[in-house]
Design a protein around this ligand. Structure first.
Ligand code: ADP
Ligand code: ZN
Length: 712
């Protein structure tokens, strides 16, 4: 088996033009019958690594996957691409299981998904003896390791597969595995000289942003309102805050539900289904949400609270943009969260606290950082990158350095004068001259530094104070209500003329309000694209509902976006859209192209100049049986233009009987010349005929001859 076949299958079944990094190499290794370990980030495209060998090799690929809830979706997804797939787990009844067994014996199934329990059962082992297995894929392979975070004891029994099938390749795939876990996977599965593939963990389509937690509800409302109809997840630290936040969003007219481990099983699966099926676009959830979800069109992830470490953070934001289309992530950061997380860790004796606390500190450093966020993340996963990413808040809004001595003195002096008894929020309010009750009651409005920092926004102050903490001028007493304490460094600034260098980030808020002042109007092109996208999205939803499968299994957002931008109206152009394979063209092509056609024509009828409309209008009149001359009259354009439309459509493979417009004699005379010189131009033919043959006729002739050549 070779990679050319693999690439053909990628196009035919999945509608993709190219392999992603490492996919081709992994597939080659499987063809070479090697054992393989694949480490790729969520959304990296692990499945293709075994699905392509499975459809190109004779026999059946056994896929072991621990997430029963996901199996159905995965199998539906494969079927919708025209691939014979099935699953076996405890949810099947005997009749269903029998039917699948029959199909397996008759070699009618390319991929069989099984739960680990099923895989190690004795009846399955008997079944395996009677079918031709071409490879075994072990998904979420980190479950095999007691070192990993998701240990499944049944996984450790999978070793028998290596013994039973000593000749076929086994491929183990995971998105989360450190060196130790990786070694464990190889040992547990008794791999012989495995090939290891470790892909980059970068997810360039995810934007990264961090904002102070203050005022986050408003920020979230604004964020959601600029992204209508998009699916997103908001992760909260506590069960209660998921409920509160969902309620607040609902009150503001935004459809959202909540999800946490305290809900009943039915409620949880209802919420999950609603999310997957695009019935409820937004879920406020604890981190329990997302594990069993393969939804590829999650367009954003917000962290309402600081995650406890970078691994969790990266896994959670990784649930956005699996389809590879642009997706946004936003993290709200407050010292209060750091305190709460510390308290949780300190109260939990069973975990290795020092390690966890150190991880929390790394998370905090990430949030505080003033250099490209992606650099820090990738560094954390031991990947070095050159250059900045251009898709994080720091890159988009680079910090500006300035002499922050006076600014620092103002803040430090306020801490000093309040006798080191206040936290960050109160300090900011004092500096900005807030009249809130606590300030008046504690008489802080009477101190000398009250209101001396009003020229900066609260967000600016938050950022300045963060930097002063990082510079060691202020300490936070985590054990004492997070109040701020002055360090010896602070005394140097206050009394010994020490200079302080700070950076000012033009705050995202400020930028937003500037944008509001002069809103960037969408271009006509963007408006048309967004409008059509929305119509296609609704069509997708209708079809999904009818078929009882999630919308993203019909087409990904990425495919819809491409359709909306390129507006394909012929089978050939439609197949060119990434994610459209043969089966999907056959099943859905007509419906989607019709919608696109209707859109183009209705726009053009209402006077909007839209590319492709003129051909479409001609084509539709042609299909009604109207002659080119009459179409010309109807449309008020010259008939030679109509002929050129028809030639264009004909060349694009549309069903146009172009031969009827040219006589045998004329075609033959063009053919004579063409045979002598296939590069002959219309002008040369025109001149040769001394103007007796019209240009459009010559073009028709050449078009027919060229096509003929193509097919002969
Ligand atoms: P993982 O299992 O690693 O999280 P998936 O296998 O689910 O990732 O793939 C993520 C998304 O990327 C899917 O929508 C998949 O169809 C798409 N994808 C995979 N390979 C390619 C490719 N070569 N070209 C375009 N899209 C791809
Ligand atoms: Zn960056």
């Amino acid at each position: 088996m070779d990679l050319i076949k693999a690439k053909e299958a990628l196009k035919k079944y999945f509608g993709y033009e190219q392999f992603r990094p490492m996919q081709a190499e992994v597939i080659q290794a499987v063809y070479d019958k090697k054992d393989v370990v694949v480490l790729m980030p969520t959304g990296g495209g692990k499945s293709i690594c075994f699905q392509i060998p499975a459809v190109t090799l004779p026999g059946t690929c056994i896929v072991i996957s621990p997430l029963i809830a996901l199996m159905k979706d995965q199998v539906e997804g494969l079927k919708s691409n025209g691939i014979a797939a099935a699953y076996m787990n405890s949810s099947l009844d005997t009749i269903e299981a029998r039917a699948i067994e029959n199909d397996l014996m008759r070699q009618k199934i390319d991929l069989l998904y099984v739960s680990p329990e099923k895989a190690v059962s004795s009846d399955f082992s008997t079944l395996l003896k009677n079918i031709q297995v071409n490879m075994i894929a072990i998904d979420e392979a980190h479950c095999i390791s007691a070192w990993g975070h998701d240990f499944r004891p049944e996984y450790t029994q999978l070793k028998f597969l290596r013994q039973q099938f000593s000749q076929i390749p086994i491929i183990a795939l995971t998105a989360t595995a450190d060196k130790l876990t990786r070694k464990d996977i190889e040992q547990q599965l008794a791999f012989k000289n495995p090939e290891r593939f470790i892909a980059s963990f970068d997810r360039p389509n995810l934007s990264l942003s961090i904002r102070p937690a203050r005022g986050r509800l408003d920020a979230i409302l604004q964020f959601i309102r600029t992204r209508p109809n998009q699916s997103g997840i908001i992760y909260c630290l506590s069960r209660k805050s998921t409920e509160d936040l969902a309620t607040k969003l609902n009150r503001n007219g935004i459809k959202a539900a909540f999800y946490h481990a305290g809900l009943s099983n039915t409620m949880r699966s209802d919420v999950q289904e609603d999310f997957i099926n695009d019935n409820v676009p937004i879920i406020c959830a604890t981190i329990a949400f997302g594990m069993g979800i393969d939804k590829s069109n999650v367009r954003w992830v917000i962290h309402y609270n600081l995650p406890k470490n970078i691994e969790s953070y990266y896994q959670e934001i990784g649930r956005a943009g699996r389809d590879g289309a642009k997706a946004d992530t936003l993290l709200f950061y407050s010292y209060n969260d750091v305190r709460i997380l510390r308290d949780i860790l300190n109260g939990n004796e069973s975990v290795n606290n020092d390690v966890q606390l150190a991880k929390l500190e790394r998370m905090q450093q990430y949030a505080d950082s003033l250099i490209c966020r992606r650099k820090i993340l990738l560094n954390y996963f031991s990947e070095n990158t050159e250059g900045n990413c251009g898709n994080c808040d720091i890159c988009k809004n680079p910090p500006q350095h300035f002499d922050g001595t006076v600014v620092s003195q103002k803040a430090l002096s306020a801490i000093y004068r309040t006798k080191e008894k206040i936290g960050i929020q109160l300090l900011i309010d004092i500096l900005r001259g807030s009249k809130r009750k606590e300030i008046i009651e504690r008489k802080y409005h009477l101190i000398k530094t009250y209101g001396i920092g009003a020229e900066y926004s609260a967000l600016d102050w938050q950022q300045f104070l963060q930097q002063m903490i990082n510079l060691g001028l202020i300490e936070i007493a985590y054990d004492n209500y997070n109040i701020l304490k002055l360090t010896p460094g602070a005394h140097e600034v206050l009394f010994k003329k020490r200079k302080v260098n700070l950076v000012r980030m033009t705050s995202i808020l400020e930028r937003r309000s500037q944008q509001k002042a002069k809103p960037q109007p969408k271009t006509q092109r963007e408006r048309l694209r967004d409008e059509l996208f929305e119509q296609l999205r609704q069509l997708r939803k209708q079809i999904a509902q009818k078929k009882g499968i999630p919308p993203y299994l019909i087409f990904s957002d990425a495919s819809l976006e491409e359709m909306a931008a390129r507006r394909p109206t012929s089978a050939e152009d439609f197949l060119d859209i990434s994610g459209v394979g043969q089966k999907k063209l056959y099943d859905f092509g007509k419906l989607f192209m019709k919608k696109i056609e209707q859109y183009i024509i209705s726009k053009s009828n209402s006077g909007v100049k839209i590319k492709g409309s003129t051909y479409l209008i001609t084509y539709n009149l042609y299909k009604e049986g109207i002659s080119p001359e009459d179409i010309a009259v109807k449309r008020g354009i010259h008939s030679s233009t109509i002929y050129s439309h028809l030639i264009h459509l004909y060349e694009k493979g549309e069903d146009i009987n172009i031969e009827q417009y040219i006589s045998k004699r004329d075609l033959n005379s063009i053919k004579e010349l063409y045979k002598k010189n296939s590069k002959i131009t219309p002008k040369e033919i025109f001149d040769y005929n001394e103007g007796n043959l019209e240009y459009y006729m010559i073009r028709i002739g050449l078009s027919i001859l060229k096509k003929g050549k193509l097919y002969s």
